[in-house]
Write a protein that binds this ligand. Structure first.
Ligand code: NAD
Length: 504
């Protein structure tokens, strides 16, 4: 398929993913059929799915086109009235059984995620639990879509504000969290009373389609949740142009986010975008070094670095710069690189060759400009999609790694002197998704947290996302929020109703 990265095959882990997939109890998870209007569509043409660690073909899936997307939009439109008419608790019960089924099939879903995405199996299992958590949480949040009554400014009038479902919604989802980025959007949309059509990334369709099987088993009615797989541009164009699709949610690169925002302008859709990040990770010299290194390891290397929350610029105060770099390098040296299905693997392959190329380009550029690269020797037998965890010390802001999102296991460490200086440097970037600050000084933590330009900030922690909190970015990192009551509001419209003339 023309939009999929071609890879050179690597013999090291040959057959590993296929042998795991052969043993899946749920054979239907591998059928690769799209779910449209309650029917499983195998498609006349098929696209291949590959194991990113080896380049081997592991499955094939339907290639849907404009005809299928139009069927899906029509089915969603038909399904909307009955779905919105259910009590929120009835919708919630269905979402809860869907979450329970995901947990029941966690191991099989995790194997699918690792086979097509590459992340270590332990992280894939965590993703399934994290993803099911959004369905579970929004199942109840739908019951709390409260409106308002407003003290009137007009004599003899009552003023109400209601929250009502927006209508048919669509989601374009990425390959780095192929399950959780679907449920985070769908949980909110369905709880709000809206049907959703999902177009997953072509690299990771299997886990999306497996989640769709479980939706059907949980009792999600035909047309309420649909998954359409195929070429991103071919499928997203009708979704953008159709007036029946009222809201679009996207997670992915800022570049594609801009294209979708522009496309959605024609029909003035409500758009929420979760785009790239470039998180600053700031370590002040008052903090316990081990704690900061542990945090930096988690913030940099989770999902093999392919995470929009990943620490991209690690700023360390001058007094502790050397000891931090030494301890960080030692911890990085312990990471095991390999196939995600191999027990003990910490860092898997990059899902896309383009991401591996970007990492190599950033490392070369940084070294050329004076950074010191610390990593294990390149192991050619691993295959082209693997990037060995690399620390770039003495990094500076003129290097690509400090300006562009890396999305891989490359850690740039930059020294700084003062609080004022580091806040200015951290904010001097068009991305504003997440940030991290390590300090044991309470007043400093409060001061810095007030001034950081980002949507999410961890103080002395690298783990802070989840269903009840708003996930999203400032500046070019996005528009809108997912998770939390704010995430539900993305799929709802406000209706203000004025009851006038009540005086007699
Ligand atoms: P991408 O933005 O191209 O892909 C994300 C989704 O958008 C996929 O479903 C893809 O099929 C779809 N898509 C791509 N081009 C499209 C188009 N023209 N019209 C409609 N849909 C389209 O991301 P990528 O190129 O796979 O990754 C590149 C970079 O994007 C990464 O290095 C990273 O910086 C960023 N990214 C961020 C996230 C995140 O969680 N915010 C996720 C994935 C990628």
């Amino acid at each position: 398929m023309d939009f999929q990265t071609t890879r050179r095959k690597s013999p090291r882990f040959a057959g590993l993913a296929s042998s795991h997939l052969r043993n899946l109890r749920r054979r239907d998870f591998l059928e690769g059929a799209a779910l449209i209007d309650g029917r499983w569509i195998a498609g006349e043409q098929r696209d291949v799915v590959v194991d990113p660690a080896t380049g081997e073909e592991i499955a094939d899936v339907a290639r849907c086109g404009v005809a299928e997307i139009n069927l899906a939009i029509a089915a969603a439109e038909r399904a909307f009235p009955a779905w919105r008419a259910l009590l929120p608790a009835q919708r919630g019960a269905i979402l809860k059984s869907w979450a329970a089924l995901m947990l029941e099939h966690s191991e099989e879903l995790a194997i699918l995620v690792t086979s097509e995405q590459g992340k270590p199996l332990t992280e894939a299992r965590q993703e399934i639990a994290y993803g099911a958590g959004f369905l579970d949480w929004f199942a109840a949040e739908g019951e709390r879509a409260y409106g308002e009554t407003i003290p009137s400014h007009k004599l003899g009038s009552l003023l109400h504000v209601r929250m009502q479902p927006i209508g048919v919604t669509a989601a374009v989802t990425p390959w780095n969290f192929p399950v959780a980025m679907i449920t985070r959007k769908t949980g909110a949309a369905l709880a709000a009373g809206c049907p959703m059509i999902v177009k997953p990334a072509p690299e990771t369709p299997l886990s999306a389609l497996a989640v769709a099987r479980l939706a059907e088993e949980a009792g999600v009615p035909p047309g309420v949740f649909q998954v359409v797989v195929g070429n991103p541009i071919e499928l997203s164009t009708p979704l953008l142009r159709d007036t029946r699709v009222r809201a679009l949610s996207f997670t992915g690169s800022t570049q594609v986010g801009r294209i979708l925002l522009e496309g959605a302008a024609e029909t003035v859709k409500k758009v929420s975008l979760e785009l790239g990040g470039h998180a600053p990770f700031i370590v002040f010299d008052d903090v316990d070094l081990d704690k900061a290194v542990k945090g930096a390891m988690a913030a940099k290397f989770a999902t093999s670095g392919q995470d929009c929350l990943a620490a991209n610029r690690i700023y360390v105060q001058k007094e502790i710069y050397r000891p931090f770099v030494e301890a960080f390098a030692a911890a990085i040296g312990q990471l095991k690189v390999g196939h995600g299905l191999d027990p003990g693997t910490d860092i898997g392959p990059m899902t896309k060759l383009s991401v591996a190329h970007k990492c190599r380009t950033q490392i070369d550029d940084a070294v050329r400009k004076g950074a010191r690269a610390i990593s294990a020797d390149e192991d050619a037998a691993l295959g082209v999609n693997f990037i060995l965890p690399t620390l770039l010390s003495e990094a500076t802001e003129d290097m690509l790694v400090a300006r562009e999102e890396t999305f891989g296991p490359v850690a740039a460490v930059l020294p700084f002197e003062s609080e004022e200086e580091v806040i200015a440097r951290a904010n001097a970037n068009e991305m504003g998704l997440a940030g991290y600050v390590y300090t044991d000084n309470l007043r400093r933590a409060l001061r810095v947290s007030e001034r950081m330009e980002c949507g999410m900030l961890g103080i002395n922690t690298a783990s802070f996302t989840g269903p009840p909190v708003p996930f999203g970015g400032w500046k070019q990192s996005g528009i809108g929020r997912e998770g939390s009551r704010h995430g539900l509001a993305e799929y709802m419209e406000l209706k203000y109703v004025c009851f006038g003339d009540l005086s007699n």
